[in-house]
Unconditional design. Structure first.
Length: 615
């Protein structure tokens, strides 16, 4: 019993803590008519049997014949365990399948753990849990659950624990959707973040940092309006013009919101942008064409071409996905703004760090209004301001600031949730949403902008026109030292990869000749070098982020290789998993080289002096 419980606790410490604290018992073992053990629960002072009172093992075998399990199934989720008769039957019948266990009843689960042979099956066990919160490693579980997976639900468990099981699958569906979305975003952006960080370094070294280099008294306890591109913005334009003329709040445009302001001849105090994708250049086209002097506050992983030849002043802030500048400049963690679904979220984070208060949202619909997604005056060739027929078919609903049902999309809803996740935990700042007919944003107070002007923005001329003046604080000696260490680590990485390529060639040679006497030695040598590769500075900063999705898949699949016994099968699988990831590393290095070459050819590591405060 102690050994089995230890295995479970080692696999899932979260579950171990829950079971240690659980003292109640409503499940009990009883001898069946044929001498085998059966199990029953006490429900309303009555016995409810989980298994047959006569022949529980035969019952389990007949039950298992009803389950449809494809031969290519690689993972089974057992919902409800009882004493595990059906689990043992299926695991023996499908010796290569991995499995997870979900049992909502703690008393049953404790009895099951005491009697199950985890020592025999622990290499195949992915997860064991009582609810979604006690899943120990969601990444691994979701990966196994989503690929060729089968669910086997014990009928009596489905009957007794209906609400808990339904709740689990509902939460699991939400979590899986979020995971798929995250993986999709990561797959799309994983190469953009590091490249942009390298290409943007010269701008970071030559422009002021929003949070360290400017005079904080210009912002402390001053109101800020974040102007987004939602269709309700046109209702508030004249009020924003009034705020601008009176200087009663800083006006910051985010994303496409800048175009609605430009269209109405309102120049914001700054334009915030963070998008790492090439499509971001579309937002900048008119500003560059008209050579507008709107200050740009950019995130350090913004698509690099958007800030080239920008006509206005530039100010930057650091994003958490930018591992390069964090290592090179060695700035404090408190300066980091965390990546989010929406630029408004990241802008709010920066303004909170500037101690601005209150923070007012305008044009933040996060929903459709009269079938519009953008405010009038925002025109793009790649998409209309009105929703498409396809978007209309996929629309979902949320609650408006007036408590009414409002059409929106899955993407806009994720933006809303992103905002709410930050706003709700920032208790020392007042957040006001002025967006008429927009989505309700939990944590904000809805107030029409005209009322905000009358009751909150009562002080005039609080905007300091010279807020961009500051003093640079970067230490170039540290930057140069760190860059030299990075160059050295790159050389070391290539040596390690080249040596592992040699070991891989020897492993494949063993397969060709059929002589496997030295193959384990090469496996071991490859594995040791792979550990050094994963600890390498250049790999950590660039290769892993660039191949994030591939790396996660590699980590999961690498465990499959260890359990294979047949030499030829193992070599083929090793080459498929380890060999493929080695190729991914080489491909990532080739992808990075042009950006690094361009950076080394620049004068970015020379001392740079820019406009300083001489007062």
């Amino acid at each position: 019993m102690k050994d089995e419980l230890k295995i479970v606790k080692d696999l899932n410490p979260k579950l171990g803590e829950v079971l240690d604290k659980f003292k109640e018992q409503d499940a009990f073992i009883e001898e069946a008519k044929n001498g085998e053990n059966t199990l029953y629960l006490i429900k309303e002072n009555k016995k409810v049997y989980i298994h047959s009172k006569y022949n529980p093992k035969l019952e389990a075998e007949r039950l298992c014949e009803q389950f449809e399990i494809n031969e290519d199934a690689n993972h089974i989720l057992f919902v409800g365990v009882g004493l595990g008769y059906h689990i043992l039957y299926i695991l023996e019948r499908y010796p290569n399948v991995k499995f997870s266990i979900f049992e909502p009843n703690k008393s049953i689960l404790k009895i099951f753990i005491e009697g199950f042979n985890f020592t025999k099956y622990k290499k195949r066990l992915i997860e064991i849990f009582i609810n979604i919160e006690t899943i120990n490693n969601r990444q691994v579980f979701f990966k196994n659950f989503s690929e060729k997976a089968v669910d086997i639900v014990l009928p009596i468990t489905k009957q007794l624990e209906k609400e808990e099981i339904n709740s689990f699958y509902k939460e699991l569906s939400t979590a899986m959707d979020a995971r798929r979305y995250e993986m999709g975003v990561n797959a799309f952006l994983q190469k953009r973040w590091p490249i942009n960080a390298i290409m943007n370094l010269p701008k970071l070294l030559s422009t002021p940092n929003l949070l360290t280099d400017l005079n904080g008294s210009n912002f402390k306890d001053k109101p800020a309006i974040i102007v987004a591109a939602g269709p309700s913005l046109e209702q508030d334009i004249e009020f924003i013009r009034k705020i601008k003329s009176e200087g009663s709040a800083y006006i910051f445009a985010v994303g496409s919101g800048v175009h609605a302001l430009i269209k109405n001849d309102i120049m914001p105090d700054a334009f915030f942008s963070v998008d790492p994708n090439p499509i971001n250049t579309k937002v900048f086209e008119k500003i560059k064409e008209k050579k507008l002097k709107i200050p740009l506050v950019f995130g350090s992983t913004i698509y690099f071409e958007t800030i080239e030849n920008y006509p206005g002043e530039l100010v930057h802030f650091y994003l958490n996905e930018d591992k390069f500048s964090k290592y090179l400049i060695d700035y404090d963690e408190t300066l980091i703004v965390y990546d989010a679904v929406t630029v408004a979220n990241m802008t709010i984070q920066a303004l909170v760090k500037l101690n601005m208060n209150p923070i007012i949202l305008a044009g933040q619909n996060l929903a459709y209004l009269n079938d519009q997604i953008y405010s009038k005056g925002i025109e793009y060739s790649h998409r209309p301001i009105d929703i498409t027929d396809q978007e209309r078919l996929k629309q979902i609903y949320t609650t408006s600031v007036f408590g009414e049902e409002l059409a929106t999309s899955e993407g806009l809803l994720k933006m809303k949730e992103s905002l709410e996740s930050y706003v709700k935990v920032t208790s020392d700042v007042t957040f006001i949403n002025t967006t008429k007919n927009g989505a309700h944003i939990e944590g904000t107070k809805f107030m029409p902008i005209e009322d905000v002007i009358e009751t909150i923005l009562v002080r005039k001329n609080i905007v300091n026109e010279d807020w961009l003046i500051g003093k640079k604080t970067i230490d170039h000696k540290i930057i140069n030292k760190n860059f030299k260490e990075l160059e050295y680590s790159f050389d070391e990485l290539m040596k390690l990869c080249n040596k592992n390529a040699e070991y891989l060639a020897e492993i494949l040679k063993c397969n060709e000749t059929g002589n496997y006497s030295k193959v384990e030695i090469y496996y071991s040598a490859f594995d040791k070098l792979l550990e050094l590769i994963q600890e390498n500075l250049f790999f950590t900063l660039f290769i892993r982020p660039i191949s994030r999705v591939q790396y996660e898949n590699f980590v999961i699949k690498s465990t499959e290789v260890i359990s294979i016994k047949a030499p030829r099968v193992k070599v083929n699988k090793f080459n498929e998993v380890f060999g493929s990831y080695l190729k991914t590393i080489y491909a990532s290095v080739i992808y990075m080289q042009p950006a690094f070459y361009q950076l080394k050819q620049s004068n970015s590591f020379d001392e740079i002096i820019y406009k300083e405060d001489t007062k």
